[in-house]
Write a protein that binds this ligand. Structure first.
Ligand SMILES: [Zn+2]
Ligand SMILES: [Zn+2]
Length: 271
């Protein structure tokens, strides 16, 4: 599978010189299978560019995309109205989320409705399929997808995407339950090739932010060791952390887990 990061910033998009290395767009990751099937995880502002790329290569062809949503906080959803494939009659999008199709559609319609946006979700030209994911394993082309609940206000899920021996686990928007390592997540991420984890806070900052639903690079390294993952990617970067601060976080994380790095826009991993 071919993994590409389109947005790694959590909470709110940022721009400016201090964010050029890792980027200021909010969460979006694409995963392309060996057969060319496309899964997208989250629809933060990073999805805008991905949409442009997908449409540029598809002058006449039909396209079927699968969009997995971890939860509905704005930083993970705000790019959806600006996602070009949504407006193409040649595109089918299967939306997968932990909520029922009815609830999911209600949230999309709220985002793209009223005085917030001039085009209603239902009026857009793409064909849409809405599915809920629970405990089951879902087949998406040659991928299998599973989800697992995380610890986050109003809920969030981690996704595990597998193709053959390759696996990606995305686990942002979570924090250690009661200050303890999240055993459920450690087993969900077991031996994942790539493990993406929430590094919103430094350990010091976290002491003042418990209950906010976000975690630290240090907890990421603990989970990475316990789950014996191949690589740890620190993501959901804090909008108040500059490139220099993220560099510092990565060098500290590498002392605990050697194969640690931070997500950045344009980072591509073939596994
Ligand atoms: Zn978030
Ligand atoms: Zn959130």
């Amino acid at each position: 599978m071919d993994i590409e990061f389109w947005g790694v910033r959590g909470t709110a998009p940022v721009s400016g010189r201090e964010y050029l290395k890792y980027g200021g767009r909010t969460p979006c990751v694409s995963v392309v299978s060996s057969k060319g099937e496309v899964i997208i995880i989250d629809a933060g502002t990073g999805i805008k560019r991905l949409g442009e790329r997908l449409m540029a290569g598809q002058a006449a062809a039909e396209l079927h995309l699968h969009l997995l949503l971890t939860h509905f906080h704005l930083d993970h959803l705000i790019g959806l109205p600006f996602f070009l494939p949504l407006y193409s009659a040649r595109v089918t999008i299967t939306f997968i989320s932990p909520l029922s199709p009815l609830e999911t559609e209600k949230h999309f319609s709220g985002l793209m409705g009223g005085r917030y946006f001039p085009v209603a979700f239902k009026e857009t030209a793409s064909a849409k399929v809405l599915k809920r994911i629970g405990d089951e394993t879902m087949a998406v082309g040659s991928f299998t997808v599973r989800s697992s609940p995380l610890h986050h206000p109003q809920g969030s899920v981690a996704y595990r995407v597998e193709e053959g021996e390759s696996s990606l686990v995305m686990a942002t928007d979570t924090e250690p339950p009661d200050g303890q390592t999240d055993e459920r997540l450690a087993s969900f991420a077991s031996r994942a090739g790539v493990f993406v984890y929430d590094a919103t806070f430094t350990p010091d900052e976290y002491l003042r932010r418990q209950g906010w639903g976000h975690s630290t690079w240090l907890e990421g390294t603990r989970l990475a060791r316990q789950a014996k993952v191949g690589r740890l990617i620190l993501s959901h970067l804090n909008p108040d952390h500059s490139d220099r601060q993220v560099d510092e976080m990565v060098s500290l994380a590498r002392r605990e887990f050697r194969r640690a790095s931070a997500g950045r826009e344009g980072l591509r991993l073939k596994i």
